[in-house]
Write a protein that binds this ligand. Sequence first.
Ligand SMILES: N[C@@H]1[C@@H](O)[C@H](O)[C@@H](COP(=O)(O)O)O[C@@H]1O
Length: 260
Amino acid sequence: MEVVIAPAQELAALAADAIESSLRRRPRTVLGLATGSSPLKVYDELARRHAEDGLSFAEAQGFMLDEYVGLAADHPERYRNVIATEIAERVDWPADQVRGPDGLAEDLPAACAAYEESIRAAGGVDLQLLGIGTDGHIAFNEPGSSLASRTRIKTLTRQTRVDNARFFDGDVERVPTHCLTQGLGTIMESRHLVLLATGKHKAEAVHQLVEGPVSALWPATVMQFHPHATVLVDEAAASRLQLADYYRQTYASKPDWQGL
Ligand SMILES: N[C@@H]1[C@@H](O)[C@H](O)[C@@H](COP(=O)(O)O)O[C@@H]1O
């Protein structure tokens, strides 16, 4: 696992570099898309590169991590709409090449199975962007999630609903109680995981993710088993890391050509 400690803007540029090099090498790249505030600067940077440097998503495919259950099709916080607004519609990405689990399906388990199949049919995710919840969840895999889980229905914790109330006018009661989420087993099949975390409120979760024992109590710790995982954190989110100096030295001595 590689840990990079840098200011937020630099982290966003690094994640965008990894996505850009993948897209330039292979225009049919399959990208895993995250919601929440953590990836927003990455999306801004990608949109800028599309406008200024011609970075194209025309042949790329996108798969979202998760979706709320039951939010109306036109609800601005429906993750499908968030991804459309934050990235897909700002670049040349055909709408039908960006998919997410269907939180409005009548048969939710069938929708989850179909989603797994569509990821498989696309050849799997090349690069998966991730954020992390304050309770250590990735996507919506809350504490207690099976480390081998696949896309399924989950009940959100009170903590996650409180954290996400800011997107629902601060009213926790308006945050849905259920979601569909890629499982930890699904996420672990992505070829490269790139997790972004900023702010002091993420420091404990980041410490557990990088340095804690692997445990369903901190679901992101499963990433310790991934052969290519990159953790991009600012100073505040890195403030509880025991080996922060070692991560700094390692990154400082890395040759430029190596990338993430
Ligand atoms: N389902 C999303 C996650 O994918 C995201 O990583 C997490 C952290 O969000 P933020 O980046 O806003 O802190 O929040 C939500 O619960």
